[in-house]
Design a protein around this ligand. Structure first.
Ligand SMILES: NC(=O)c1ccc[n+]([C@@H]2O[C@H](COP(=O)([O-])OP(=O)(O)OC[C@H]3O[C@@H](n4cnc5c(N)ncnc54)[C@H](O)[C@@H]3O)[C@@H](O)[C@H]2O)c1
Length: 249
């Protein structure tokens, strides 16, 4: 068994990869803390099998992180696994990216994951074990046009992951990140929705990936499960592409 009743905190669980990850971790017998961006998303998550706690957590807010991790300590013996999944993408190159958009991309995608690591690591150090899975992107390891804020944040996550892995390598805490290609979730759908020719947009996205299709949320969630459990016990500091071959083309 790769898990032994661990408590996993997952961010951004109302949709997409985070939602699939709740199901996958619950199926492994983990106790899931399903966090969501907004209060009105809590009830649906609380009703899912295996969810021990459903609560609002805006990843930008240190006080939200502190509250959730405190509740996890009181009710569930602390956080054993963190899946820093929440994120948001907005297309834009240098001309389209003003300070507001730049700061938003960095605050949600990069600072949010830094805050998550900062808040859970003390408890993991006290236990002498833990696993962190950060959500990067293929855009953090390969170039993409008109996507500077999001790409900078995702590249930062890859670098932060490597640095943290080294800092905690002898302390029982493994830190890895996932670099998905385009995954069929609401996030990918937004870039299709804004295209004039939607079928052409879908065809272009499929063609970017050597396997000729988008990935599924489940195909990313299963890699998060692998990186969080003892099956990957000797893996740390890695940025794992889950991209149908896109990053090796
Ligand atoms: N879908 C893709 O093609 C793709 C590719 C590479 C990486 N990713 C990454 O995967 C992760 C999940 O994305 P997804 O594809 O499931 O999209 P999604 O839009 O379905 O999920 C993103 C989730 O993050 C939440 N979120 C946004 N801002 C937040 C905030 N400030 N605080 C807390 N939660 C917040 C949203 O409510 C949403 O549930 C993201 O980090 C994304 O960057 C997605």
């Amino acid at each position: 068994m790769a898990f032994n009743n661990e408590t996993v905190l997952i961010t951004g669980t109302a949709s997409g990869i985070g939602h699939a990850a709740v199901r996958r971790f619950a199926a492994e017998g983990c106790r899931v803390i399903a966090t969501v961006e907004r209060e009105d998303q809590i009830d649906a998550m609380a009703a899912m099998d295996g969810v021990a706690l459903a609560t609002k957590l805006d990843v930008r807010l240190p006080e939200d992180w502190a509250g959730v991790v405190e509740a996890a300590g009181a009710k569930l013996g602390g956080v054993d696994i963190l899946f820093n999944n929440a994120g948001v993408t907005v297309w834009g190159g240098l001309e389209e990216t003003d300070m507001e958009l730049w700061n938003r991309m960095i605050a949600i995608n990069l600072t949010g994951q830094f805050l998550g690591c900062k808040t859970v690591v003390p408890g993991m150090l006290a236990k002498g074990k833990g696993a962190i899975v950060n959500m990067a992107s293929v855009n953090g390891i390969r170039g993409n046009t008109k996507l500077i804020g999001y790409s900078a944040a995702k590249g930062g996550i890859v670098a932060m992951t490597r640095s943290l892995a080294l800092d905690y390598a002898t302390k029982g805490i493994r830190v890895n990140c996932i670099c998905p290609g385009t995954i069929d979730t609401p996030m990918a759908q937004t870039s299709i929705d804004i295209a004039e020719d939607k079928q052409a947009a879908i065809d272009a996205l499929n063609a970017k990936h050597p396997m000729g299709r988008l990935g599924t949320a489940e195909e990313v969630a299963s890699v998060a499960v692998f990186l969080a459990g003892s099956d990957s016990g000797y893996v740390t500091g890695q940025a794992i592409p889950v991209d149908g071959g896109r990053s090796v083309r």
